[in-house]
Unconditional design. Structure first.
Length: 313
């Protein structure tokens, strides 16, 4: 207690008024009252200053939390791409470097890092992800989609359970049909429309996974569209087509595109279509992922990698 009081006195929030005998008391001299002890009036006078300082600390903590979550997601995406890339191009030593970087990042995240350290790690991961995407190039989608046998062999022998990286899907209590699931999704969408939307992110990036990997993992949408998917905008068009059939409302879809970006939102929709029978409320599930994306805590990479692991099982 004495140490804390001493700190308050040193910072000027409490003023110590010593009496002649060292005791705390008050004495009246006519209409004037003289008090000895601790004067708390500076706390009242500096109330606004305290509030502003507390708000600055909260904002800094929020920025740190979001950056740490972003680094964690980037690390997971890089680890998944390194595993997948090594199965397609085992001759490239860069995959081992990417894997090592992901492992070292996981080790660093176990301790308390400074903001500058996190920014440095984010920069390194971003450069590695760009390299990985270039090596797996979206232009090589045909080559990637023809390597299913190689991918299956790789994931059957992977010791890491990528299902652990997949967002948990809400299991259906009743089998129901597609119309019942769509109605459930619409009801959830109407209920959630009443709440306040999260803040929109400052910027939106392309997915950290190549388009070819998405096409190799998601096949169900091909039953609903005839045109081939060669570019990201083709996948966005596909999601626009299958979204109503899944019972996802326009508002939920717009929210996903706003917070995730159209490309990543499209990846999520076609990935959800692969597990459509397991999702009770597609609209509500998509909104929950959008809420995570709004605060920088979502990446579609783990969903796609989990689908590949499921197909290889």
């Amino acid at each position: 207690m004495r140490r804390h009081l001493s700190n308050l006195v040193q910072t000027g929030f409490v003023v110590r008024r010593d009496s002649p005998n060292g005791k705390r008391y008050a004495r009246r001299y006519g209409d004037e009252k003289v008090a000895f002890g601790f004067d708390l009036s500076p706390l009242v006078l500096r109330f606004q200053e305290v509030c502003e300082a507390a708000e600055a600390v909260r904002a800094a903590e929020e920025r740190y939390k979001r950056l740490r979550a972003t680094v964690s997601l980037m690390r997971r995406d890089l680890a998944g791409l390194a595993e997948y890339g090594s199965s397609l191009r085992p001759d490239l030593g860069l995959w081992d470097q990417f894997s090592d970087l992901a492992v070292l990042t996981a080790r660093d995240l176990r301790r308390k890092l400074e903001m500058a350290d996190l920014k440095q790690i984010e920069k390194a991961l971003s450069a590695a992800l760009d390299q990985a995407r270039d090596l797996l190039g979206d232009g090589n989608t045909e080559n990637m989609s023809t390597n299913d046998a190689v991918s299956e062999h790789h994931y059957q022998n992977s010791s890491k359970d990528l299902y652990d990286l997949e967002p948990r899907l809400e299991k259906a209590r009743d089998p129901g049909n597609a119309l019942e699931r769509a109605d459930a999704g619409a009801r959830v969408d109407r209920r959630e429309d009443e709440g306040d939307p999260p803040q929109e992110p400052e910027d939106q990036l392309m997915p950290n996974i190549p388009l070819g990997l998405v096409l190799a993992s998601c096949q169900e949408f091909k039953s609903y569209v005839e045109q081939p998917v060669r570019h990201w905008h083709d996948l966005v068009r596909v999601a626009d087509i299958v979204r109503p059939m899944m019972g996802i409302s326009p508002s939920a879809w717009d929210e996903a595109k706003r917070y995730m970006g159209p490309e990543e939102a499209s990846v999520v929709v076609v990935a959800m279509l692969e597990r459509f029978g397991d999702i009770r409320s597609p609209g509500g599930y998509l909104r929950s992922l959008s809420a995570k994306a709004a605060i920088g805590e979502f990446s579609c990479g783990p969903m796609i990698m989990a689908l590949m692991r499921r197909d290889a099982a």
